[in-house]
Design a protein around this ligand. Structure first.
Ligand SMILES: [Zn+2]
Length: 175
């Protein structure tokens, strides 16, 4: 979806009763939820009035907590390669010959976690072998981390594009 100012400005961040971000919706849907008494407005766009006394909401919060199943992104080859932009994290190679490297090798207790797996080309993987990067004297171009959820990605994109600076305090420190 292209990010244009009009679409960006009219979006509303929906928070659970616990203040945890749930999703991004349209201002129309946000208003319906408010009118039905399901949500309250936390932040408003002071430049946009709906009626004489009502400002357009930009952040709303549900009045009742909803339980949301945790949707963890699985640590698998496809997701790891995508996180690392299909690039060897040791030499920068991008091509067909990519593999998953366990930073602390599996044989030495290394786990399948976002922090312990990285994308490595076959050459680097072979060269590193059963060693840690330090032991092999091979530096990672970046520290592996858990990727952002798609909701956080979208919210951060909007904040960075200059829309919805007021979303920031609700989105910071949350994945
Ligand atoms: Zn490499």
């Amino acid at each position: 979806m292209p990010l244009n100012r009009r679409a960006g400005m009219s979006q509303v961040l929906v928070l659970n009763a616990s203040y945890e971000p749930l999703n991004i919706t349209t201002w129309r849907r946000a208003l319906v939820m408010m009118m039905k008494g399901k949500a309250e407005s936390l932040e408003q766009d002071s430049s946009r009035k709906i009626r004489h006394d009502t400002l357009l909401p930009t952040v709303i919060r549900l009045n009742h907590f909803v339980r949301v199943p945790l949707r963890e992104l699985p640590v698998n080859r496809k997701n790891v390669l995508h996180r690392d932009s299909n690039c060897c994290q040791y030499c920068g190679y991008s091509g067909e010959k990519l593999s998953i490297d366990h930073i602390i090798p599996k044989s030495r207790g290394g786990k399948d976690t976002w922090e312990n797996v990285t994308t490595a080309c076959l050459n680097c993987n072979l060269k590193k072998g059963n060693r840690t990067p330090k032991e092999a004297d091979m530096a990672l171009t970046q520290t592996p981390h858990k990727p952002m959820s798609s909701l956080r990605f979208e919210a951060t994109k909007q904040i960075n594009a200059g829309f919805h600076k007021e979303w920031k305090k609700y989105v910071i420190g949350w994945n």
